[in-house]
Design a protein around this ligand. Sequence first.
Ligand code: XMP
Length: 317
Amino acid sequence: TWTPAAFVETTVETMKEQIGDGKVVLGLSGGVDSTVAAILLNKAIGKNLYCIFVNNGLLRKDEFESVLHQYKDMGLNVKGVDASERFLEALKNESDPERKRKAIGNAFIEVFDDEAHQLTGVDWLAQGTIYPDVIESVSVNGPSVTIKSHHNVGGLPDFMKLKIVEPLRMLFKDEVRRVGKEMGIDSELLGRHPFPGPGLAIRILGDITAEKVRILQEVDAIFINGLKKWDLYDKVWQAGAILLPVNSVGVMGDERTYEKVVALRAVESTDGMTADWVNLPYEFLQEVSNHIINRVKGVNRVVYDISSKPPATIEWE
Ligand code: XMP
């Protein structure tokens, strides 16, 4: 029978043999899969694993700093790269969802390639690919390090010419979490909701500006912290906020306002393929909505998304 302990033992042994004294580069995303893959490799080859954690400026509020700190605490050899400006620039005036994804994917490849280039003697690229990614084979368009078919071989970034190591490719998500737990990874990190590679860019409908990112980060933080405070976070598969490209009329004191609308989304799911909206308590929604409107400048209306997938998708873009 499969046990996390046996998996860790055999995988570490196999990777030691396979990689030997070789150097490995790995892109951390802050998510469960890349983190578990990194810790496994760290056990096998230690400082010969070079992790790169890119801030695309589209992460949750304060996430880059806090997750980078966690990675260092876990003993990983990790470099944090703040490329926020570069991603914002790549996204400038772009409103089309797929073009946003492509711009982010390309910016990620450029940043990662620049960084990988500075490392000498690297011969492996590690990825946190898990079994569902393997069978889906049409890989996510996000800034995962998955090799894209449209890159012709001659023009490949350097890191794409590396040999690939994917220690989790036979595992399902729940098994990845069990392996992570076995290796002592913090349960809060292992229990994190899925977060899309393109981040808040696909939750800001229309074009992206630094100001919109800031507004959505504030709204999202109030929502997510509220879920934790009300002990609802672990009962929800994924949650987040969406900044809509419309203004609505409101009133504050004697003043008429004309400000942004945000939607809150929380779903139950097992794999993201289908999903049901979560029946969150009215008292919770009331508290969160009040906090958002009172504290986040530029937002005067909050709505709750009551659509399931299909026919809606989890993300709005
Ligand atoms: P949808 O919106 O298709 O989302 O119902 C299903 C799951 O996939 C995530 N998602 C993405 N993840 N890059 C990613 O890495 C993407 O471009 C992307 N689009 C959606 C979404 O957050 C949900 O968990």
